[in-house]
Ligand binder design. Structure first.
Ligand code: GLP
Length: 320
């Protein structure tokens, strides 16, 4: 990272302003959108249709909790989140992108594929050359080509549509004979790559992020965990609706690696998650609700639809 990058002070609404370091990264200038042909990602940034909100904060020692962006429609939300991911990868390539799976992410990866398609051939090539991502988690015991594995999900939603080198799309080894050693190895690989830049997060119905199930401390490291009955029930859809068919174990990045990311982007949609989201943002952080630890992060952004924000107390104060 160049000297001027490390001294840059970010505006409070850092997610809307172009990163100042864009012009000083090696090769960064050639990736900036051309005036003749605006691309999907900068169009989405310019055509931002969300609302910026504040919400009551559960952490007594912080005046400002995570910022909130509310979208009325899923398409606007997916386009905008995808544009943030793409911008991060194009303009801040020095740290890996942290990626998530799950139904919430499906329209986001579809939007990302559309936006990458709108880049110039040179930009696409540069993006592929620079790509580096680490997924949050993987089930134990599923072959990486098993369509129910997160590895297969990333192949079909990300690696193949974007034309990426699979070696640059990292996931924990769900077939390792020694899952504990595999988790340590994954953490070491991530550390060697510099740690996460922007971490995309979904939210479990029981408040998990990644597969960090309750009870989970803020410094829990990357590890092999037992999945809770609630999570196996939540994720049964991909397993013929049978919670017993969902693997019992998974490797997940811990809150330690997640909270060490430069920025967090928690995406939540649907009324089913309204209550857990309100608790995660408004109650003091607790191991019982792993997502609540994101209140401690200085650059956390929650992007949600109206249904997911419906249980939040008075989230109507506009920042801009
Ligand atoms: C899953 C994954 C998480 C995901 C979350 C929400 O179990 N481990 O990384 O973000 O739960 O999933 P969904 O978007 O399908 O509700």
């Amino acid at each position: 990272m160049c000297k001027s990058c490390s001294t840059t002070t970010e505006a409070p609404n850092w997610w809307l302003t172009p990163p100042a370091e864009a012009s000083c990264e090696a090769g960064g200038t050639e990736l900036e959108p051309s005036a003749e042909r605006p691309h999907g990602w900068d169009q989405a940034l310019m055509g931002f249709t969300g609302e910026l909100l504040t919400a009551p904060n559960g952490h007594p020692e912080r005046q400002n909790g995570p910022a909130l962006v509310r979208f009325a429609d899923g398409t606007g939300l997916a386009d905008w989140v995808a544009s943030l991911l793409l911008r991060e990868r194009l303009l801040r390539p020095e740290r890996p992108l942290g990626l998530a799976t799950g139904r919430t992410m499906e329209p986001i990866y579809a939007a990302l594929a559309r936006q990458v398609n709108e880049l110039s051939a040179a930009q696409r090539q540069e993006l592929r050359k620079r790509w580096c991502s680490f997924n949050l988690d993987a089930y134990m015991g599923l072959d990486r080509t098993d369509p129910r594995s997160f590895s297969a999900e990333m192949t079909s939603r990300l690696t193949a549509p974007l034309g990426l080198d699979p070696e640059r799309v990292h996931l924990p080894d769900g077939q390792a004979a020694d899952p504990h050693a595999a988790a340590e190895c994954y953490a070491a690989q991530l550390a060697a790559a510099g740690g996460i830049g922007l971490q995309l997060l979904g939210l479990g119905l029981n408040g998990h992020v990644g597969f960090n199930e309750p009870d989970c401390e803020a410094d829990a490291p990357c590890r092999c965990i037992e999945l809770s009955p609630a999570t196996r029930h939540q994720n049964a859809g991909a397993f013929g609706g049978d919670p017993d068919a969902v693997p019992k174990q998974a490797i997940t990045l811990g809150l330690r690696e997640i909270l060490a990311a430069k920025s967090l982007l928690l995406v939540v949609t649907g009324a089913a998650k309204a209550e857990v989201l309100a608790r995660a943002l408004q109650e003091p952080p607790t191991p019982e609700l792993p997502a609540s630890w994101i209140q401690l992060h200085p650059r956390a952004l929650v992007v949600a639809d109206g249904a997911a924000l419906s249980e939040l107390q008075d989230p109507t104060e506009k920042l801009t």
